[in-house]
Design a protein around this ligand. Structure first.
Ligand SMILES: Nc1ncnc2c1ncn2[C@@H]1O[C@H](COP(=O)(O)OP(=O)(O)O)[C@@H](O)[C@H]1O
Ligand SMILES: [Mg+2]
Length: 289
């Protein structure tokens, strides 16, 4: 099928004229490579090679790509948990050299502390802050974060008393409470069931519309990417590179049945699917690059 190919985008806001002066990207990834040393047999696995990507303030960018292509490695570098072998990552113009209050991560596997109740799990994110917000302020922010994710009334519950979806909301509330400029999300809804997943996507879309945060979102679901993102970045097989970036030129809300069933939705889905399929086949026949 050779439909009109989706609008391939490189510099989304720079030339569209929807802001008077093109602003600098909030996240700039320039020529980044990453790898892991195996000290036992002295080999190095290259996970990512020569990655370039700009993310603008307020954008929702979804990352899709084959398993093992380096998506988690990339998000961990933006978070400042690991360092690139080559190249630079800047956030708001400054080179990332460790975690910071401007970024917060939501993990796939909830990462809640089982011995703490919901309130104290969310509070955790404020405990290592310098300066630490005063008690009254912290309380206000925690209540607000719990309200955003729909967990008001569950402050005293422990993780074992919650469903998977609710545990993940605790993780999201914990990311929101520090009011980071950037939310980093690594397959955040990957571990919840399909119904819950869709409900959480819808809630999350509302939260982001309210907070205006910039979101860097890894998913293995093409539909999830198309439902939530302004742009979708496709990553090639390992060593991962940016294979293609598309603008998701669909109206919101994309939970609307009409949008979901539109030809354009189908076309974009098909396009991304075939690009990823090509990567999967490439991996099988050993054409790694
Ligand atoms: N801590 C680590 N030590 C060694 N190899 C790793 C480590 N983390 C990831 N890798 C390897 O790096 C590659 C990319 O991994 P990852 O970034 O997790 O990919 P993805 O998230 O796209 O599935 C994979 O081959 C993986 O096995
Ligand atoms: Mg991963």
């Amino acid at each position: 099928m050779s439909q009109a190919v989706p609008s391939v985008s490189r510099h989304p806001r720079a030339d569209t004229g929807d802001s008077p002066a093109p602003s600098a990207p909030l996240i700039e990834i320039r020529g980044v490579s990453a790898g892991y040393e195996n000290t036992r047999n002295k080999t190095r696995l290259i996970a990512l090679r020569d990655v370039f990507l700009d993310v603008y303030r307020g954008e929702f960018v979804a990352i899709v790509g084959p398993s093992g292509c380096g998506k988690t490695t990339l998000i961990n570098m933006i978070a400042g948990f690991i360092k690139p072998l080559e190249g630079t990552i800047r956030v708001d113009g400054k080179i990332v050299d460790g975690p910071g209050a401007d970024r917060a991560m939501v993990f796939q596997d909830y990462a809640v502390l089982p011995w703490r109740n919901v309130y104290r799990n969310v509070m955790f994110a404020l405990e290592n802050r310098h300066p630490r917000p005063p008690r009254a302020e912290a309380k206000k922010r925690i209540s607000r974060a719990l309200e955003l994710v729909g967990l008001t009334g569950f402050e005293k519950s422990y993780p074992y008393e919650l469903s998977g979806g609710m545990r993940q909301r605790v993780g999201i509330a914990r990311a929101l409470v520090s009011e980071p400029e950037i939310l980093l999300m690594d397959e955040p809804f990957g571990a919840v069931d399909a119904m819950t997943r869709e409900a959480m996507q819808a809630e999350f879309e509302k939260i982001i519309a309210e907070t205006g945060q910039t979101v860097f979102f890894i998913t293995h679901s093409i539909d999830e990417a198309l439902t939530l993102a302004d742009r979708v970045v496709m990553v090639s097989n390992r060593p991962g590179r940016v294979k293609e970036i598309i603008d998701v030129d669909l109206p919101r809300s994309r939970f609307d049945e009409e949008v979901r069933r539109s030809d354009r939705f189908g076309e974009l889905r098909q396009h991304i699917w075939s690009q990823l399929q090509a990567e999967a086949l490439g991996a099988k026949s050993g054409e790694d690059k």
